[in-house]
Design a protein around this ligand. Structure first.
Ligand code: FAD
Length: 546
C-alpha cells in the first residue's frame, strides 16, 4: 500500500473502456492518470452501439452530449442471413421498452467525448504517452514506464493499473495470458463511403448485415451521409488473398459479391483506402492480478457480428472500477471480488460468443469454405455457457440481438427446444404464482400453506456483489444454469436458507420473523412473497406441495 494520502490508479488507453473506468475511479476520489498513446480524435473501427450501453452513458453523465452530437439513432438491425434471401429487420423495441434505440457513432468523436468527460471528472489525461513497460507481480513496486512523443521515458508508480489498451492488450501480451478462439479466425477490411443509398424507412438508421459467399459485410449509416462499410472473411483465406492483391481491389471485389450492399454502394464514393484489421477472437486466461485488472478488448475480444465490443468495454469498465475501489479500500475483497469480476465479464462474453457461433452455424445459403468451416457449432468444453445462454435468452433482459438468433438464425433444434422449454416452464410457473399470491390480502395468500424446496444444485453463498460503485459482501443464489448466481437481499437469503422441503412458507416466515413486531411483519410480508415468486419462476425453488 502506498504512503500517499490518495491512492493512485493508472489507466492504460483512452478508448471507451479506459475513459469509463477512469471517470468512475476519479469519482471515487482516487488520483487517476490515463495514458493514451495517440492524440484524440483518433481513428477507430466499431461505430454501432447497443441500447444496453445507454444506461452506462447516463451514469457517466454524457448522454445529453451524445444525443446532441447528431449521431444516427439506431433502432435495430437489418440482415440478409439464413433462409430468407430478402432483407429482414429486427428492432430493439421488440425486447427493450426502456431503451429502444442506440446510436451509430463516429468513433473519433464519441471516444473523444468520453475522454473529455474523464478529464472533466478529474482524470489526469496524458495523450501521446505510450506505456512501454510495466512492473506487476514482481518484488518491485507496481509501476508503468511511459514514453512521450519526444522519446522521453518516465516511471510512474501506481497502487493499481487498469489495462484498457484494446486489442494491443499490453499486459495480457506481456504476461502471456492471451488465448485465441479457433472458431472465429476472421479478418475485416473496411473503409467509408459517401453518398451511398440508405435502407428505406423505418430502417434507415439500422446496421445492415449481409451474408455472402466468402463471409459477411456491414454497412453502418453515419452522420454527414457517410457509411462505414466492411467485409469479414476467413483470416487465413483473406490473408492469402491480400498477400497477392491490392487491398482496395480485394475490398471492392468482395463488396461486388454482396447483393443488396453492392446496390446501396453504387451511387457512393469511397472516401479513403481500406484498412485491414484482424478480428480473431481471444480471451485472457486471467483478468485480474495483484495490482492490475484487464478491461474491454485488453481482456477479450469477440467477433463484431453483434456489435458488442463497445458495450463489453464499458460494462467491464463499470465492474472493473468497482473492483479497484474495493481492492484498494478493503484488501480482503481482492481475491473473492476478482473471481466475481471474471465470472460476470466472462458470462457476458460467452453470451455474445454463443450467439455469434449459433448465428454463423445457421447460415446455410453458401457452400464456400467460410461457411462450411463455421457450420459446426463449437462450444467450450463445459456445457455451462450454452445453458447460461439458454437461461439468458429465455428470461433475462436482452443485451443485444439474442432473439434474432432464435427467430431468424435457424438455430440447432436442441437450442431452440431448450429455450422453448425454459420459456414454457417460466410461463407456467408465473401463472401458478398468480393463483398462489393474493396481492390485495397477502396474509390470505394460498402460498403461505405451500411447501417449497430448493432445486437440485441450488446454492446460497456469501459473495461480493456490486453495490454503490464498489463490491460489498452480499448473498448470492446460484444454480447449474446460472453459475454466476443472482444477488438477493440478506433477509431473502435468510428465508431461502430455512427452506427444508418440509416446512410451509407460513412456518418459515414465522421462524424468520421471530422477535419482529406485528406491524413490521405486515410490512415485510408482500416483499417476501414476491421474492419467493421470483425464485420460483427462475427455477431456484423446485417444488411446492399445496
Ligand atoms: C472489424 C471490427 C468491427 C467492429 N465493429 C464494432 C461495432 O460495430 N460496434 C461495437 O460496439 N464494437 C465493434 N468493434 C469492437 C470495438 O471497436 C472494440 O471492442 C472497442 O473499441 C473496445 O474498446 P476498448 O476501450 O477496450 O479499446 P479501444 O477502443 O481499442 O481503446 C484502446 C486504446 O488504448 C490505446 N493504447 C493501446 N496501447 C497503448 C499503450 N501501450 N499505451 C497507451 N495507450 C495505448 C489505443 O491507442 C486506444 O486508444 C469492432 C471491432 C472490429 C475489429
Amino acid at each position: 500500500m502506498s504512503e500517499r494520502d490518495v491512492q493512485r490508479v493508472i489507466v492504460i488507453g483512452g478508448g471507451p473502456g479506459g475513459s469509463t473506468s477512469a471517470t468512475l475511479l476519479a469519482r471515487q476520489g482516487f488520483d487517476v492518470t490515463l495514458f493514451e498513446r495517440e492524440v484524440f480524435p483518433r481513428e477507430h473501427v466499431g461505430e454501432s452501439l447497443l441500447p444496453a450501453s445507454i444506461p452506462i452513458l447516463e451514469t457517466l453523465g454524457v448522454i445529453e452530449e451524445i444525443e446532441a452530437a447528431g449521431f444516427t439513432p439506431k433502432y435495430g438491425a437489418t440482415m440478409v442471413w439464413g433462409r430468407d434471401p430478402d432483407p429482414w429487420s429486427w428492432r430493439f423495441a421488440e425486447t427493450n421498452a426502456t431503451y429502444p434505440h442506440a446510436y451509430q457513432v463516429w468513433r473519433p468523436t464519441f471516444d473523444q467525448m468520453l475522454l473529455n468527460n474523464a478529464e472533466r471528472n478529474g482524470v489526469n489525461v496524458r495523450q501521446a504517452c505510450r506505456v512501454v513497460d510495466a512492473q506487476v507481480e514482481t518484488s518491485e513496486p507496481t509501476s508503468v514506464t511511459v514514453e512521450s512523443a519526444d522519446g522521453r521515458q518516465e516511471v510512474h508508480q501506481a497502487d493499481w493499473i487498469v489495462d484498457a489498451s484494446g486489442q494491443n492488450g499490453f499486459l495480457a501480451r506481456r504476461l502471456d495470458l492471451r488465448t485465441h478462439d479457433e472458431f472465429f479466425r476472421n479478418l475485416a477490411v473496411y473503409s467509408y463511403f459517401h453518398g451511398a443509398d440508405h435502407l428505406p424507412e423505418p430502417d434507415t438508421g439500422n446496421i445492415f448485415i449481409e451474408a455472402y459467399e466468402h463471409g459477411w459485410s456491414w454497412a453502418i449509416p453515419l452522420p454527414d451521409d457517410v457509411m462505414s462499410v466492411g467485409v469479414v472473411v476467413d483470416a487465413a483465406w483473406g490473408g492469402a488473398q491480400l498477400a497477392e492483391r491490392d487491398t482496395e481491389a480485394f475490398y471492392r471485389e468482395q463488396l461486388s459479391m454482396t447483393g443488396r450492399t453492392a446496390e446501396m454502394l453504387a451511387p457512393g464514393n469511397l472516401l479513403e483506402s481500406p484498412r485491414v484489421i484482424r478480428d480473431w477472437s481471444y480471451t485472457a486466461q486471467r483478468l485480474v492480478g495483484d495490482g492490475f485488472i484487464l478491461v474491454g478488448d485488453a481482456a477479450c475480444f469477440i467477433d463484431p457480428l453483434f456489435s458488442s465490443g463497445v458495450h463489453l468495454a464499458m460494462s467491464s469498465a463499470v465492474l472493473a472500477s468497482a473492483y479497484v475501489t474495493s481492492a484498494l479500500r478493503e484488501p480482503e475483497m481482492r481475491v473473492p471480488a476478482a473471481e466475481v469480476y471474471s465470472q460476470l465479464y466472462m458470462q457476458q462474453y460467452h453470451q455474445f460468443r454463443e450467439m455469434a457461433a449459433l448465428f454463423y452455424a445457421s447460415n446455410r445459403t453458401s457452400d464456400s469454405y467460410f461457411w462450411e468451416a463455421r457450420r459446426i457449432v463449437q462450444h467450450p468444453d463445459d456445457i455451462s455457457p450454452r445453458e447460461a445462454f439458454i437461461a439468458a435468452v429465455a428470461g433475462q433482459p436482452p443485451q443485444g440481438y439474442e432473439r434474432v438468433v432464435l427467430e431468424r438464425g435457424e438455430a440447432p433444434a436442441d437450442f431452440v427446444e431448450g429455450v422453448a422449454a425454459v420459456e414454457t416452464e417460466r410461463a407456467r410457473r408465473a401463472a401458478e404464482m398468480t393463483r398462489l399470491i393474493d396481492t390485495a390480502w397477502p396474509d390470505r395468500s394460498p402460498m403461505l400453506e405451500a411447501v417449497p424446496s430448493l432445486a437440485d444444485g441450488v446454492e446460497l453463498a456469501r459473495k461480493p456483489v456490486i453495490g454503490d460503485g464498489q463490491f460489498e459482501w452480499g448473498a448470492v443464489i446460484s444454480s447449474p444454469s446460472r453459475p454466476q448466481g443472482a444477488p438477493i437481499s440478506m433477509v431473502v437469503a435468510a428465508l431461502a436458507s430455512r427452506i427444508d422441503g418440509r416446512s410451509t412458507v407460513r412456518t418459515l416466515l414465522e421462524d424468520l420473523f421471530t422477535g419482529v413486531s406485528e406491524p413490521q411483519r405486515v410490512q415485510l410480508l408482500p416483499g417476501m412473497l414476491t421474492a419467493l415468486r421470483v425464485l420460483y419462476i427462475d427455477g431456484m425453488i423446485a417444488y411446492w406441495r399445496v
